[in-house]
Design a protein around this ligand. Sequence first.
Ligand SMILES: Nc1ncnc2c1ncn2[C@@H]1O[C@H](COP(=O)(O)OP(=O)(O)OP(=O)(O)O)[C@@H](O)[C@H]1O
Ligand SMILES: [Mg+2]
Length: 264
Amino acid sequence: MATHPGGLTSTEAPAVRVRDLHRSFNRSGGVLEGLDLDVAPGEFVAVLGRSGTGKSTLLRALAGLDRDVDGYGEIEVPVAVSVVFQDSRLLPWKRLLDNVTFGLRAPDADERGRRALAEVGLAGRERAWPYELSGGEAQRASLARSLVREPQLLLADEPFGALDALTRIKMHELLRRLCEVHRPAVLLVTHDVDEAIVLADRIVVLDGGTVQTDVRVELTQRSPVAPGFGELRDFLLGRLGVQEHLGADFIAPGRRRATSATPS
Ligand SMILES: Nc1ncnc2c1ncn2[C@@H]1O[C@H](COP(=O)(O)OP(=O)(O)OP(=O)(O)O)[C@@H](O)[C@H]1O
Ligand SMILES: [Mg+2]
């Protein structure tokens, strides 16, 4: 297993602390079976894993959206948590600004909503109805709705999964920029290995109900043609079982292969 010591300094309290998390759905074997995870404040962690490995189950647990599910374990998350899903989940009967500020109890809610819409490039669309938006615009509105709450933790479950490749790249740029400004801790579930490498400080791979791989992304450039990008992609694909042979021998960036004790 590729490991890393976590994104924390010794004095820093984590934004997310999960210990021995178990979740099951009344069938043989649990979905999460003793999962441990720390996420530092402001750290961007991408979560990869084969379909059905429990990524959404983990996010729902962190969001407190699984109270009726069997399981136990310790979960500590900040008070301010926002969730973004694959579909924008905008309320069709509310205009855009009202969607963004929905449930926000603040005297300056409208002003904050307008600012958030401007940040995601939707200034001037405050009175639009959700049906008038493209998929990418709807996801941008969904990001604005999350950020207007100034979350300390942003949970995103395949937020760009339904978007075309070009819109996805634009969304990556937008999300990176927004995270640099607002600095929430982020847990992003994705099936897209390149997306994980482009966006994340750290990538974890779920398998067998726990974190099987935990690797820090230490690339100077986040472009698929940058040195080290392809190597990391191959390693992660190996861990996902896509290219079995590549996973075994990869040395995560910043690590050294242990000298083998070959008899001379
Ligand atoms: N409400 C539920 N009732 C019963 N089983 C469930 C429920 N939710 C999830 N599961 C099961 O738990 C397992 C993990 O599901 P989960 O949605 O967390 O996977 P995932 O890693 O997000 O998969 P995907 O990549 O396909 O989205 C799956 O086998 C799924 O069938
Ligand atoms: Mg899922």
